[in-house]
Design a protein around this ligand. Structure first.
Ligand code: HEC
Length: 106
């Protein structure tokens, strides 16, 4: 193996590790955002909270049937009395959708 080939190998390995950590960071970011912004009304496991009513249960068949795009739109626009989270970045909204899907085991 030439020195050049060794460097390419090391660079590829470093890139691979970078990609794996970037992917692993996503659910963690979603978890943090969900705990801070959503769990108060939807419960930490997504099952809803009784004082906010049954519609806060995110684990119902109807909620599971929604597409990722529909959930992203609800987060962005809100659903009275749920506030609109239109100042979140697209990446933050994707992380939240991924976290809701994980809670739904979808
Ligand atoms: C102030 C309480 C409150 C907060 C905070 C809140 N929600 Fe909601 N959310 C609700 C209520 C109430 C509904 C049902 C609205 C309706 O009547 O359709 C709802 C509906 C939803 C739905 C649709 C559920 C379904 O059955 O289709 C999703 C998805 C959702 N919220 C996700 C989130 C996420 C993600 C966050 C955090 C960014 C969040 N919500 C923050 C109260 C809240």
């Amino acid at each position: 193996m030439t020195r050049m080939q060794q460097w390419i190998g090391i660079a590829a390995l470093a890139l691979g590790i970078g990609l794996v950590t970037a992917q692993a960071a996503k659910p963690a970011a979603g978890h943090k955002l969900y705990t801070a912004k959503c769990a108060g009304c939807h419960g930490s496991s997504g099952g809803g909270v009784s004082f906010m009513g049954p519609k806060t249960n995110l684990l119902t068949p109807a909620a599971k049937k929604k597409t990722n795009a529909q959930i992203a739109a609800i987060i962005r626009k809100g659903a009275s009395p749920m506030p609109a989270y239109n100042s979140l970045s697209p990446a933050q909204i994707r992380a939240l959708v991924a976290y809701v899907r994980a809670l739904q085991h979808k």
